[in-house]
Ligand binder design. Structure first.
Ligand code: PLP
Length: 515
């Protein structure tokens, strides 16, 4: 096997590591992110031929081209498990065409109805297999506890991905009273023998700060290692194992567009992505790098517009930026961790430059890239920021003109694509099913302003009942089973804990004592 190895974006690691170690480590030593030392290159024929095989095999082919250090049979098995019956569409991520130049890539057919399933049905399987392989090689002798702080979507997708995986347990913390009825029920009803869910008194920031403190508590981590042979891990979106599955769907969707006669072989498309952490759009850039005929990458921000401003100006500045709560909460992010990988690539892999920019960001809450890198950035990216009113207008507009419902994240991308598009067909990344965000879809359809009160009889409904009402009113009645039956599913997790590190650690200890 010609093993591809992973280097780090800050040039601080002694030696590159294989895929399995990059996945299990998550973050590189020194704080940088892993990227593959070499990128594969696919011919147009290889890309369009992907349409001839099921999605799982497309994913396996692309993984194998990245030369990962697991045998081909294992890769194919894991992909068959990751992208099978757990998705409610055999195309896994089908494309809906709104008009000749507007195609919507539906990334929400997985078990939690959000796009994070695309990566989190895959990463945990590779994480578990990687850990097993490293144990066999004598490089690892511990199990893992994944600790996740979530504002709603990530936690559920991570629970569903890691449930019943060998050698791993997972615990998720969410803000008590700070998630929607649907999100609460999705997490509180989670199945699986290795899972735990806590409501935390406080907001999302308290959850995240608490989790960080636990990760940084040397004594606690050492005790876990020596007494229980367990290491904490976060499996968060900077893990290369979460990015690679996202590269797959962009390459694959080009093959699908060609097969369906929607673009001519080799015809360039633009891709528009609603992004906060820069993960999903970075994956599209890698898809372009490995040969997919993608021209421009359209970056769609909500009112937290730090990325849109960066792409327009070359300055990343959060020194005076206020964090805004928007109808697209999964993009409410100020520090876009995956941007570091993009800059590393655009500078010709200059770890020194990345280190100095990341130092600036930490010390001055801002950095400015050089003119040459900025020019390269502008060759690939344009960006726009869509406010909440425009987001709601897009939901209503798309429903009225196309009889199709989109969620607020997808709506941000739809409107950005309208504002930024040129001649090329645009592929819009649709990141959540509308029924995950029923309240704001209802507001948008009824002309209620962002944050406005719902009518009493509507706000009294459970999330499921509200979705049924929207389905009845619009005639768009496909609600995924995992969302439709939540009111009837038994609640398993009701613990409420404080966000102080000692309280979280106590809860962790009790969870680990359970078996
Ligand atoms: C996480 C998420 C996003 C943003 O993804 P990035 O990794 O920040 O690009 C967009 N939409 C939804 C629904 C999400 O859950």
């Amino acid at each position: 096997m010609n093993q591809n190895r992973y280097i780090d974006t800050r040039g601080l690691c002694d030696a590159p590591v294989p895929f399995t170690e990059a996945v299990v480590n998550g973050l590189a030593d020194g704080g940088g992110l892993y990227v593959p030392e070499n990128l594969p290159r696919f011919s147009l024929g290889e890309i369009t031929a992907l349409a001839d095989v099921p999605y799982a095999q497309r994913a396996a082919r692309i993984y194998q081209a990245f030369d990962i250090d697991l045998d081909p049979e294992t890769i194919e098995n894991l992909m068959t498990q990751a992208y099978g019956e757990n998705f409610d569409d055999e195309d896994i991520c089908p494309i809906t065409t709104l008009d000749a130049n507007t195609h919507v890539l539906e990334l929400w057919h997985g078990p939690t109805s959000a796009f994070k399933d695309m990566a989190l049905q895959c990463l945990p399987r590779f994480f578990s297999a990687s850990a097993a392989a490293l144990k066999e090689q004598g490089k690892l002798d511990n199990d893992f506890l994944i600790l996740v702080a979530t504002s709603g979507d990530t936690g559920k997708a991570a629970l569903e991905g890691f449930k019943d995986q060998e050698g791993v347990r997972i615990s998720v913390m969410y803000p008590h009273g700070g998630v929607s009825d649907i999100q609460f029920k999705q997490m509180a009803t989670q199945s699986g023998g290795n899972v735990m869910v806590w409501a935390v008194r406080g907001n999302f920031d308290d959850c995240q700060t608490g989790a960080k403190a636990v990760f940084g508590d040397r004594e606690f981590n050492e005790a876990l290692a020596s007494e229980r042979k367990i290491a904490l891990s976060s499996a968060n979106s900077i893990n290369w194992g979460r990015l690679l599955p996202q590269v797959v769907y962009y390459v694959s969707s080009y093959a699908m567009l060609v097969r369906e006669g929607k673009v001519a072989p080799g015809q360039p498309i633009d891709v528009c992505v609603p992004t906060g952490n820069f993960g999903n759009i970075l994956a599209a850039w890698y898809a372009k790098q490995v040969g997919t005929p993608i021209d421009m990458l359209l970056c769609a921000s909500n009112e937290n517009r730090v990325l849109a401003d960066f792409i327009s100006t070359g300055t990343y500045d959060i020194s005076h930026r206020e964090f805004m709560l928007t109808p697209s909460p999964s993009m409410d992010i100020l520090v876009s961790s995956n941007l570091e990988r993009q800059l590393f690539e655009l500078t010709g892999r200059n770890g020194d430059a990345i280190r100095s920019w990341m130092d600036d960001l930490r010390e001055r809450r801002a950095f400015r890239i050089d003119e040459e890198t900025f020019a390269k950035l502008r060759n690939h990216f344009t960006a726009d920021s869509i406010d909440s009113a425009a987001c709601f207008a897009a939901i209503k507009n798309v429903f009225e003109h196309h009889n199709y419902l989109i969620d607020p994240h997808t709506a941000v991308a739809y409107q950005a694509a309208e504002n930024l598009r040129g001649e090329n067909p645009v592929l819009i990344a649709s990141t959540a099913h509308w029924a995950k965000f029923g309240e704001n879809v209802y507001r948008a359809l009824h002309g209620i302003e962002p944050g406005g009160a719902l009518p009493d009889e509507v706000s009294a409904l459970s999330g499921c009942k509200l979705n049924e009402l929207i389905a009845k009113e619009t005639g768009i009645d496909h609600i995924p089973a995992n969302l439709a039956n939540l009111d009837e599913t038994e609640i398993r997790f009701t613990d409420i804990i404080d966000s102080a590190p000692a309280d979280i650690e106590q809860a962790i200890t009790e969870f680990l004592d359970q078996r």
